[in-house]
Each structure stands twice: as structure tokens, then as C-alpha cells.
Design a protein around this ligand. Sequence first.
Ligand code: ABN
Length: 171
Amino acid sequence: MRSIDELCETSARALAQRTSRRSLLGTLGQLLTGAALLPLLPVDRAHRAHADPAKSEPLGPDSCEYWKHCAIDGFLCGCCGGSSTTCPPGTVPSPISWVGTCHNPGDGRDYIVSYNDCCGKTSCGNCECNRNEREKPMYRPSRNNDLNWCMANANVNYHCTVSVILAVAGK
Ligand code: ABN
């Protein structure tokens, strides 16, 4: 039986007899050019785009139907000179709040959302939004969102409510 060395030598010699140096260099050149051009080919990377909650939904955070407002009761601060996460000028967020859990259809996860009232001005009156997922009756105040959370502020006037994402639920 012939050794591996002999087999390799025989096939290398056969290849060398059949192939000229010029054709070997030509083949190597083609391979190198192909490898260099490979990254330039168009690639479908759509699957890598991560879910941006604000873009993956037709309705944005100033709409009452937006996913993170699932347990809100108040006027959306985004319609009152602030945003869905910041109080309008002249108001301050309540340090105490009502907390809900909302499902984000953009990434399929559940999020803990804090609904802080913005305090210090009279009611904004724009974009009233009353959604009450998992809310309990008023006789269980810690589970009820129909409260003025400005009650602990120096100025207890309620203006609007922000929806602040605190964490992914269950983590
Ligand atoms: N949490 C909003 C709110 C404020 C005053 C009264 C009811 C609800």
C-alpha cells in the first residue's frame, strides 16, 4: 500500500504537468478578485433591524392607543407641551405614581411602565386617555389609577401624565 506522502507527491506532480504557471497565477488572481468583491454584493439585512417601539407601530406615543399607555388615566403630556416621558415647562413630575405592565407588540415583550402625573398647573385638557388594563376598583387605591398623584407635591394641581418605561417585566 502506498503512503500518504507518495499519494500527495504523485497527485502534485500530475497537477504540475497539467497546469502552467501562467494559468495557476490566473486562477489565483480570479480567486483574490472574487474574494475582494464579495463584501460589495447586496445583502438583505432587513432581519437585523431591531424593533424600535416608536417606529414599529402605526400610532406614536402621542396617541392614546400607543402600547405603553395601556394603564394610563390622564391627559397625555406629549399633547401638553411636554413629551410622553417629560413634563411640560412649569410642571414637575409626581414622585409617587401608578405602575402598570404593558405588552409591546413591536418586540413581543412586556414592560413595567410608571405613570407619573405632572404637577403645578391646572389640567391640560388635551388628549385625554383613559385605559385601565389590570386596574382595580377605587377601594384598592394602590391598584387604582383614578387618583391625583400630585397629592404629595407642594403644588397639587394636576396637569398631565407621562408614561415612563422602567424595566422589562419578569426580569
Ligand atoms: N392620575 C391622573 C388623575 C389626576 C387627577 C384625577 C384623576 C386622575
